[in-house]
Write a protein that binds this ligand. Structure first.
Ligand code: GUN
Length: 282
């Protein structure tokens, strides 16, 4: 038996079409402000993908592409301006930022009600408390949506996460815990990691190491979510060795076409939600 492929691209396109239908009946289109500092190769691609998908969903984008030498003060002033602009519904700052900038101070300046990336401590704090935040981070949200297509009930599942980042691992661990999963978060200092991953009903790899997870890492019929986007010999690949695991897993997300497009779709869903929130329609 070969694993079911969880088609993130297809689910994402359905979500974008749905948003497009909903935004068509609004007075004016929702708008997302994107702050991009410098010219990091991956960030340029991600931002372009976000703009393309936004157009598909009937959402406007306003790109603020700044020099990599831009000062902290200039960025904070730009965020203030976007916070005050009634026509801007959502604000994101593409990460990572150049080293001279204080990322936390910049993220914390975004109004929690426009924080469509869900990175502001107000939103992450409510999520931690199992209360409803304005917004939840897009990658974890996309993963939860994909998981539910193959595992409708998550209660009691053993889930192992590889990676404890602020953008993926930590918020995802909280979401899964809130759904009654038993969650193990592993990271670069974890010892005997294979002993942990081999017990996982659901394994999420977000470590950025090309093809690290092999079939001897996984449990029979595990559900595998691959967050990695790596380039090896000119070809895109994930953190999970797809060819090696595909006969043993129950289901797996492909790279490309899995978590990536779902992340973008969830960001736009959050932006639509921001519009509704700010217009008293939620
Ligand atoms: N860099 C990598 N992933 C993300 C994301 O989801 N949002 C932002 N703003 N930056 C990122």
């Amino acid at each position: 038996m070969t694993a079911e492929i969880i088609d993130g691209k297809k689910i994402a396109n359905e979500i974008l079409a749905d948003i497009k239908e909903q935004t068509a009946s609004l007075q004016n289109a929702p708008k997302l402000a994107i702050v991009l500092v410098g010219n990091d190769d991956a960030s340029l691609i991600y931002v372009r993908n976000k703009q393309k998908a936004a157009a598909q969903a009937g959402i406007l984008t306003e790109l603020h592409h700044l020099e990599d030498t831009t000062s902290q003060k200039t960025i904070l002033e730009l965020i203030d301006k976007c916070n005050q602009d009634d026509l801007v519904n959502g604000i994101i700052v593409q990460l990572p930022l150049p080293k001279h900038l204080n990322t936390n101070e910049i993220i914390n300046r975004i109004s929690p009600q426009k924080d469509v990336d869900g990175f502001h401590p107000y939103n992450t704090g409510l999520l931690q408390n199992n209360e409803e935040p304005y917004f939840i981070a897009a990658t974890p949200l996309g993963i939860m949506t994909m998981l539910k297509t193959v595992t409708p009930s998550l209660s009691g599942k053993n889930v192992v996460l590889i990676g404890a980042s602020l953008i993926v691992g930590r918020p995802l661990a909280t979401l899964l815990l809130n759904q009654e999963c038993t969650v193990t978060v592993t990271h670069i200092h974890t010892q005997n990691i294979k002993e942990l991953t081999a017990n996982a009903d659901i394994l999420v790899a977000a470590c950025g190491v090309a093809n690290m997870v092999k079939k001897d890492w996984i449990k029979d019929k595990a559900v595998l979510i691959d967050v990695g986007i790596n380039r090896e010999n000119g070809k895109l690949c994930g953190d999970i060795d797809f060819e090696d695991v595909k006969e043993k897993a129950l289901a797996i997300t492909p790279v490309p076409g899995g978590v990536g497009p779902m992340t973008v779709a969830m960001l736009l869903q959050n932006t639509y939600r921001a519009y509704l929130l700010q217009h008293g329609m939620l």
